[in-house]
Design a protein around this ligand. Sequence first.
Ligand code: F6P
Length: 744
Amino acid sequence: MKFTIRLVGALWLAALLVLGAFAVVQVREEKARLVVDLERRAVLLGEGLREAIEPQVARGSTAGVERILKKLGKPQRGIAVYDRLATLMVATPDLTPILPPAVPEVTEALTGGEVHRGFREFKGSREYVYAAPLLREDRPVGVLLVVLDAGHLVTAEWELWRYNAVRFLVLAVVLTLIALAVVRASITGPMAKLSAWTKELRAGRPAPPPEVPDANLFGPLALEVSRLAGSFHKAQAAAEQEAALRLAGETIWTEERLKQFVNLRLAGRSLVVVSNREPVSHVRHGGRIQAHTPASGLVTAMEPMMRACGGVWVAHGSGDADRETADDRGRLGLPEDDPRYTLRRVWLTKEQEQGYYYGFANEGLWPLCHIVHTRPVFRPSDFAHYLEVNRKFAATVLEEVEKEESPLVLIQDYHFALLPSLVKAERPDARVAIFWHIPWPNFEAFGICPWQRELLLGMLGADLIGFHTQYHCNNFLETVERAIEARIDWEHFSVLRGEHETLVKPFPISVAPEFVDEPPATSRAGLLQELGISAEFLGVGVERVDYTKGLPERFRALRWFFERYPEYRERVVFVQLAAPSRSTIPRYQELQREVEDTIREVNQTLQTRSWRPIIYLNRHYEHREIWTYYRHADFCMVTSLHDGMNLVAKEFVSVRDDDDGVLILSRFTGAARELRDALLVNPYDIAETAEAIRTAVEMAPEERAARMARMRRTVREHNIYQWAGLLLSELTRIPLEVAGTRDA
Ligand code: F6P
C-alpha cells in the first residue's frame, strides 16, 4: 500500500509541476495579450481625438473640447483633457466621479512631451491609463488622458488559474486510476501469485512458476526462487536419505557423505583435478553464447564429484566463447548458478591442440590402448607437442597450488601421462594420482609405442595410479616390469623405483545416482511424436561417433534381427544419438561415412512407407535430452568393441527408477564386470547381438524388472561418490617418503 501511495504521490507531484509551469506561462502570455489589446484601443482612441482637440486646448477653449467629446457619444470608460498646467479642463461623465486630482502619467506626459501609460487604481477599480501630450509647434499645451477599464485582466487571470486547477484535478484522478490498475496487474497481482507459488514450494510441492505478465521483471526472481527451492529440497532429501541409510545400517556413499569425508580427511588441503575435457564449454550459437556439457563419460563422472568436493578443475578451454566467459586468468565458478568449484581453463594454440590432442593422444594412445584393430600413428612432432602441453598444464597446476600445503592432485586420463612426474618434481609434498579412463593393453601391444619409457616414467611420478579393472592394473604392472627398471611388489600391487613407491589399484568409475538435477516431464508418447514415429518397442544408443563403440556392427546386428524376425518390422524402432567427435582425424571421418552408409543401407533395404528401422540423430545432446531417451527406451545397446568402463550403460541403469528396460552390453566393456544382469554380447558376433535384441523385446516384464532392480542396486552402491571417496581415501593414506616434506 505504501508503495502505491508513494507512486500516486509521485505522479501527482509530477503532474502539478508540469501543469503549474505551463499555467504560469499561459497566464503571463494571456496578460500580455490583453495589455497589448488595451494599448491598441487606447492608442486608437487617443490618436483619433488628438488632432481635433489639440487646437481647442491651445486656445484654452473648454467649450470646444466639450463639444468634441460629446460627439464621441459614450466611449468605453473615459477621456479627460488637461491644460498646460495639468489642470483638468474636461472629463467624460463616467470618469468624473472617480478621477483623482492628479494622475502621474499626465504630469509626466506634460514634462517629457511623450506618451506615458500604466495601470492605476481609481476608487478601487483597476484602470489602464494612456496619457498623450497635446502639442503646438512641438511644445506641450495640454494632455489627453484615455482611461480604459482593466478589471477584466484580473478576471481573466483568475479564470485561467481555475481552469488549470480543474485540469490538474482531472489529470490526477485519471493518473491515479491508471497507476492503481497498472500496479495491480503488473505488481501486486503477480506478487500474490509468486508468493502463493513459493508457499507451495516451501511445502515441498514442486509446481511450475506462475505465468507472470512481465518476464523481464519477475523471470529472474522466479528463477532464483526455483533454484533456492531446488537447493533446499536437495539438502532436505540428502538429509532424509542419510537418515534412512543410517537407520537401515547401509553404507552407501552419497554426495553429503563425500562432502563430510572430504572435510574430515582433507582437512582444508586443496584438491586440484586435471583433465583435457572441461566440464562446461561455452560456444557461440546463432549470435548467442551457449553452455555445453561435452559428451564425455569423464565429465559425467567427475562433475558431481567436484560439486561435492569443491576445489579447482584444470582443463583445456576448447569452446569458441570460453575466453569471454572466464576471468583474465581463465577462471570461472561452476555450476554458474550456484558455484561450488572453480574451473581453470588452459589455452592451447591450434598447433598444440592438433599435435597433443588429435595427434599423440587420439591417433596414438587411443588406438594403442583400445584393441580394435585401428593402427596407432606415432609422429615425433606430436609427441613434442604432447610434452609441451603436459608442461603447460604442470605450470598451471603448480600455480594453483603455489600457496597450498600438501595439496592433492588428481590427474585424469591418457592426455597427461607425463604430468605426474612433472608436478611431483616441483612439489614432492603434493599427493598425486592419475586415473587412466581407457584400457591398458598387454605388454606386447603397448611395446610398439616409441615413447613407452617416457610415458611409464611420467606416470610413475604419481603416488597412485588407478584403472577401472584389476585386469588393466595387471597389464600395467607387467608392462612396467618388462619395459623399465623397477621393482614390482605383486603382493601390494605397487611399483618401487628408488625411494618412490606408486600404488596401482582398480577403482571402477561410475555415475551419480541423479543423472540430471531435475528430470524433464516428456512422456513416451511426447517423445515419439517429437521423432514423428510410432513404435511398439523403442531401442536407443547414445555414443560419440568413435570406432571403439561398435556402431556399424550394431546396425548390422539390427538388420540381422529384422531379417531373422520379420514380425518385428514396423514394431521396433532404434534411435541412435551420435555426438560428433574428433572429426578432423581421417579415421573418424572414415567411420562417420561408414556409419551413415550402413544406416542408409539397412533403412533402404527394410523401410516401408510408414516405418524406418533406424533413426540417426547426429548432433550434440545435453544430459536432459538424453534422459528422455534412456527413460522411455525398451532397450539400450552398448556394443563397444573395447571400453575401459562405458558410463552410458550405467547412466541408462541409473535413470530407470521404473525398474524397466533391458541393457544389451558388450562383454568387452569394464561395465560388463559389474552389470551381470545385462544381456552380454560379443559385438563382433552379429547373430548373437541380434538374438539379444529379440530376447530384450520378448523378455517378460517380471524378469526385466528383476534384472533392472539388481543392476540399479549395483550402480546405486558403486556410485561416483564411492569412487571418489575410495580413491581420495587411498591417496591420503599414502605416506610421503620425501625428506623435508611438509606432510607425512
Ligand atoms: O575414456 C576416455 C575419454 O576421455 C572419456 O573420458 C570420454 O568419454 C571420452 O574419452 C571423450 O573424449 P574426448 O574428450 O576426446 O571428446
